[in-house]
Design a protein around this ligand. Sequence first.
Ligand code: SF4
Ligand code: SF4
Length: 358
Amino acid sequence: MQEQAFIIEKDQLFSWLEKLQQEFLLIGPKKQEEGGGVAFLPIKSVQELDLNYTLTMMGPQIYLYPPEETICTVWRKDDGGFEVRMREEVPRQVLFAVRSCDLQAILVLDKVFLRPGLEDRNYRLWRENTLLIGLHCSSIHPQCFCASMGSGPFFEPRQGYDLLLTDLGQIGYLAETLGERASSLLAALKAQPATQTHFDQKRQIGHYLLTQFQKSIDTTHLVEVLLKNQDHPVWSQTADQRCLSCTNCTKVCPTCFCYNTKDTVSFDLVRCERTRYKDSCQELHFAQVHGANFRSTRSSRLRQFVTHKLATWVEQFGCFGCVGCGRCMSWCPTGIDLTQMAKEIMVSEGLYDRRRQT
Ligand code: SF4
Ligand code: SF4
């Protein structure tokens, strides 16, 4: 795939985004009012963008896989038959300033929703109509451990995005394009090509960021250790003492993809709308099947979340289901931290020294 690299001055980037707004809906990090933190929101003016954010509660993937959306409508025709209408189009949008962990989360969702033969139609529509622009972090959130999960602080895969930006300070942004779409959209800028010096600067920033992590986890034996310890006391101790089954962890996790559907039928029985909405393995009803529930305890549900993200996902999709963003522990009302549970198990296996700080 075509790759190019340029240097874009900071003012140039904003005027380029303003031009893009004539064709695309711009979604980016924006400071909310009344202390609400930064969130990915539609941007009216580029001045609203907050490019120094470290963590948003909801990841940008909600604009590719909305928490609730209509799948189809079914109409009863005059001749007694039915007509199924699928969604045919979505707005063209730019997802701007997506961090490395969230780019990785989108790659994970691609594996789920774009599997050959099992493609999700709506996800494909959103993905094809979205220009994805990454912006590498300049600082590290205390709960982030993306370096341990191989998903940051800089995004290494050469796939899944259109443009990847690294802030080089006064020089501007190193802009790495992938594919023709980004190259052609950038052409009007007449930006200077990047040189080896710029890539060396990028590498230095990456090395510095790697020294800033406060949280880490050793993934070397993680999969086998978690699978071997399905009955470890950490599951019931943590769940019984602290888990509220509130589902926050799964709601904010950028790779959680489980959904349920509901049908709404019009009063005259002419129209039926099928909607899907994000579901959660932390809900009691989730594992209710034919009168029996195979995860009726909080500990079994919590274990499901942690072992899926850090172990069984690897067998299912060939990668971890956790990108190390730190959202689940940041928005868990009792601060339950999946890395701490995993470390507790590693301690009992003699693979981790409890005196280590991170
Ligand atoms: S499990 Fe937690 S840290 Fe990992 S990707 Fe999901 S929200 Fe982020
Ligand atoms: S956010 Fe915390 S309390 Fe709520 S379901 Fe998840 S682990 Fe349990």
